[in-house]
Every structure is written in C-alpha cells, then in structure tokens.
Design a protein around this ligand. Structure first.
Ligand code: ADP
Ligand code: 5GP
Length: 188
C-alpha cells in the first residue's frame, strides 16, 4: 500500500491493439499491491477473449447503472458503452488501482482525482499495431476503425499523459511500467 491513505490510481491508455490488456494483466500478476478494475461493456465478446475480460452486458443494464450513479466514469467508444464501476473498497483492500480505459475516461478520472497517473502507450508503428490487431483476430472493419481512432487520439494522449511509453518489447515495457509505478508511489 502507498504511504498516502488513498490508493494511487494508475490509468493505462493507448490505441487498440497496442497491448494494454496484455500489459495490465502482467502488471497485476507481478505486483500483488496492484488491483485491476474490471470494466463493463456492451460490445460483444471477441472469439478467444476471456469471459472475465469485462462484465459483458446489455445497453439496458448499462444505462440502468448510469442512472444509479454506479460508474466512476463511462463513455461511448466506436458504438459501444464502456465504463468503470465505482470500486468496492473491500475488494480493492488497500491496493493501488489500475484502470485500462480510453482517453475520454482517462480525462474524467483525472478531473475527479488529480493525483491519478496516466500512462499512454504507443505502438512501435501503425503497421505493427495493425499486425497485432490482425493477430488477435479482429475483423477488417474493426481494424480500420481502431487505426483511424488511433490517429485521432495519439496527439491528445501525448498531451494529457504523465508518461508516454512505446510498447515494442513486451518485457521491457513491463519493467518500464513497474519503474514508473515505483516512482509515482514514492511521490504519492
Ligand atoms: P489492447 O488491449 O491494447 O487492445 P492487446 O493486449 O489485446 O491490446 O494486444 C493486442 C495483441 O498484441 C495481442 O495479441 C498481444 O498478445 C499482442 N502484443 C502485446 N504486446 C506486444 C508486444 N510488445 N509485441 C508483440 N505483440 C504484442
Ligand atoms: P476494447 O473493445 O478494445 O476492449 O476496448 C476499446 C477501448 O475502450 C480501449 O481503448 C479500452 O481501453 C477502452 N475501455 C475499456 N474499458 C473501459 C472503461 O471502463 N472506460 C473507458 N472510458 N474506456 C474503457
């Protein structure tokens, strides 16, 4: 747990296919003081995607939770809702919180928690990003939409992020992220 009584909030953002999901899973596996929030989404589960990657729900259920003020932040991204449920303190249990969310959500979190740390991840190139999306099995139309979205988001991400990292070699990125988290914990 951090020195401060409130948890450090680490927001991980970046374009689709850059490796965010892979990275946050490894971070929490490596550091037991990190707790990964599980988002809600109305998008369909991808083939091969773990059933607990998200709480997959209907638009009606999502909207009911919005009405009940049940989200810390939420947004619409490429035609679907995505949101971070308000964290349950007993589940967090004093750990630092990791949110893997897009930039509109990151901005909302920064507004509510100015101490939150935003790490923006970049792919080594657009071609490599496309290769990773394809390798993951995303259909062509989704790949195109995500690449287009990435072009629009990159300058914003660079501007509002506290740290910008390129996910080239995965192991290197994990150690860079752990180093950033260590520095931010000592500041917190
Ligand atoms: P995101 O959550 O950002 O959309 P994923 O974590 O699903 O991205 O990663 C997309 C694909 O890229 C996955 O198949 C993953 O295994 C792969 N990947 C992640 N990081 C790297 C890396 N550094 N080098 C090569 N492939 C990677
Ligand atoms: P994907 O469909 O690739 O899993 O996610 C699409 C985008 O939504 C990614 O940029 C991912 O980080 C983001 N995302 C996932 N969960 C949330 C969330 O709870 N809130 C917000 N704002 N974005 C999210």
């Amino acid at each position: 747990m951090s020195e401060n009584s409130s948890p450090l909030i680490v927001v991980v953002s970046g374009p689709g296919g850059v490796g965010k999901g892979t990275i946050v899973d490894r971070l929490v596996a490596r550091d037991p003081r990190l707790w990964l929030s599980r988002s809600w989404t109305t998008r369909d589960r991808r083939e091969g995607e773990s059933a607990d990657a998200y709480v997959f729900c209907s638009a009606e259920d999502f909207e009911a939770r919005i009405e009940a003020n049940g989200f810390l932040e939420w947004t619409e991204f490429l035609g679907n809702y995505y949101g971070t449920p308000a964290p349950d303190t007993s589940a967090v249990d004093g750990r630092d919180v990791v949110l893997e969310i897009e930039l509109d959500g990151a901005r909302q979190v920064k507004q509510q928690f100015p101490d939150a740390v935003l790490i923006f991840l970049l792919p080594p190139s657009r071609e490599e990003q496309e290769r990773r999306l394809r390798g993951r099995g995303d259909p062509n139309d989704k790949i195109f939409a995500r690449l287009k979205k990435a072009e629009a988001e990159e300058p914003i991400g660079r501007e509002i992020a506290d740290h910008v990292l390129t996910n080239d070699d995965l192991e290197q990125t994990i150690s860079d992220m752990l180093a950033v988290i260590a520095i931010e914990r000592s500041r917190h």
